[in-house]
Design a protein around this ligand. Structure first.
Ligand code: DON
Length: 313
């Protein structure tokens, strides 16, 4: 039986992507991690996977890129699976900050000095320290294994050039980690925690990988294509709530109004989003707006949400 929504998307998607592409010229490719500056500025690609396994892709969907902050959603879920809610939320809060993703302002200003939420850099570095494992290498291996399961792609791996580029230049994150350690939030070696963090940020994906990971969230933790439950429903609920309130950083309110879907962006230009119960979606568009979100990617999602009446609100 044909699904009219899927048929509509198949017909209209190439045009929506073409209409979104020019918006990339308003954005800038991230360069504070030097290796990221090599990404093609004008690119825009998207892949959607429906709960019945239908994949629709358009534009530069085959471009590979690093997950960056998108990985934070899934390390949070793994930390919750490893430690439970009580421990995780004794170390990170549940509130948006209104600040930039790499700000450490509130760590000093607001007592008790724990990160406001797990999706800002300070929060995600803290979450990395909560992943179970014998050492940093073991923790990273567990994260990569979990991501491979969620993406149903055994070939996922690190982009070592991006990993090295961030390790060599990540002094702001390093200073944040030391402050967190002094605040009693991080235990153990700062270098080890940052190694886990930089590695999961540098996991290489394509739009279809993000779409498949998002589909698991869209279906409350069960991969509808294998029937396997990969995440407890409660942790999916927590992750989707953070995506809605903090996933697009200090543009999350605007995104909730204009698009109205849980989403997470990364500084390499990726966006992972989902339509509850229906689709997982992965997007790439390396040129970023001033808040660090893909300029053309956000525009494409605004169009799709309006055309397909996708807002949850
Ligand atoms: O820690 C960083 O700065 C990067 N590895 C990730 C930041 C990021 O993706 C923020 N995205 N908008």
């Amino acid at each position: 039986m044909t699904n009219p929504e899927i048929e509509r998307i198949k017909t209209a998607l190439p045009g929506w992507v073409e209409a979104g592409k020019p918006f990339a010229s308003e954005g800038k490719v991230a360069s504070y991690i030097p290796e990221l500056s090599k990404a093609p500025k004008e690119a825009l690609g998207i892949a959607l996977i429906s709960k019945d396994g239908e994949t629709i892709a358009a534009g530069d969907a085959d471009l590979s890129f690093t997950m960056q902050s998108i990985s934070k959603v899934f390390t949070l879920i793994l930390a919750l699976m490893d430690n439970g809610e009580e421990l995780v939320f004794s170390k990170v809060g549940m509130e948006p900050t209104g600040d930039n993703f790499n700000s450490m302002l509130k760590l000093e200003l607001v007592r008790p000095g724990i990160p406001f939420n797990p999706l800002i850099n300070a929060g995600a570095i803290t979450v990395s320290s909560l992943i179970e494992g014998a050492d940093a290498a073991d923790k990273s291996a567990r994260i990569l294994h979990f991501f491979k399961e969620l993406a149903a792609n055994d070939c996922l791996d690190y982009d070592m050039a991006v990993y090295r580029s961030e390790s060599e230049t990540g002094d702001l994150n390093r200073s944040m980690a030391y402050l967190l350690k002094d605040n009693g939030v991080l235990n153990g070696s700062v270098d080890d925690v940052l190694d886990v963090y930089f590695r999961h940020c540098s996991i290489n994906v394509r739009c279809a990988d993000l779409a498949r990971m998002a589909l698991v969230l869209a279906c409350d933790g069960t991969d509808p294509l294998t029937g396997q439950t990969l995440i407890p429903r409660r942790y999916v609920q927590i992750a989707k709530t953070f995506m809605t309130t903090c996933g697009m950083y200090n543009a999350s309110g605007e995104f909730a109004i204009q698009v109205g879907l849980p989403a997470k962006s990364g500084v390499s230009g990726g966006i992972l989003t989902l339509v509850p119960g229906r689709f997982g979606i992965g997007i790439v568009g390396p040129a970023l707006n001033a808040k660090g979100n893909s300029r053309a990617g956000v525009r494409l999602l605004e169009t799709m949400s309006q055309e397909l009446d996708w807002s949850m609100f």
